[in-house]
Design a protein around this ligand. Sequence first.
Ligand SMILES: Nc1ncnc2c1ncn2[C@@H]1O[C@H](COP(=O)(O)OP(=O)(O)OP(=O)(O)O)[C@@H](O)[C@H]1O
Ligand SMILES: [Mg+2]
Length: 242
Amino acid sequence: MTESNARTGAAVMEDPAEAPMVRVENLHRSYGTGEAAVHALRGVSFDIPRGELVALKGRSGSGKTTLLNLVGGLDSADQGRIVIDGVDLAGLGEEGLLELRRDRIGFIFQSFGLIPILSAAENVGVPLRLSRADPKEREERVALLLALVGLADHTSQRPGELSGGQQQRVAIARALANRPALLIADEPTGQLDAETGLAVMELLRAVVRSEGCTALVATHDAQLLGLADRVLELSDGEIIEH
Ligand SMILES: Nc1ncnc2c1ncn2[C@@H]1O[C@H](COP(=O)(O)OP(=O)(O)OP(=O)(O)O)[C@@H](O)[C@H]1O
Ligand SMILES: [Mg+2]
């Protein structure tokens, strides 16, 4: 890296508003050791500007989930650097990572990850309880979010009483609860039929605009790829340029 690049890097760190939402540099992650080692990521670098919805595609086993887990601070890399919203993850301890995940990142998983015994509204309220939001504000935010995802009439139903598409919409509302800067979704339509999947993807597209957040979404779904601002493709642990 040149000196001027190094200087730019430092400036980026000092002024988060100017920095991309996500900066990933030369990321490596292997599982296992010796002959059995799997090199899931082999030097991955990219930036995601603020406000963009970036789709991550690639064959099964290409490293998508591994990459999302690293960017979301759920796992740590063997080598490389991740900066989220101007914050270098390497400088955060366990506590700092926990706060980052709770306050700045919303996760959406293929299997929804809702708590079965809680109603839709209670599920959406969980992150707000964890961040100790005022109960009245929590109730208002939950109602607003469930309306945003089109579930205002289903607030008291439990996940088992909702369709797959409705469950994923609850999960999107939950991911938005703490106004995250970054949404990370791992194949959010993987368990949905094509039509419901498209509706969920269009909803994601719309909330990224309306909430002003940034999103990184792993998907095989051709329709979401068409809705993304940019598509990154992973192949065997490396980003392929388009
Ligand atoms: N915990 C683990 N232990 C060992 N190997 C793993 C582990 N997690 C992932 N891998 C391996 O790392 C590689 C990348 O896996 P990853 O789950 O990131 O792929 P993916 O692109 O998300 O695939 P899919 O589309 O099937 O979800 C694969 O070869 C996988 O077998
Ligand atoms: Mg995966």
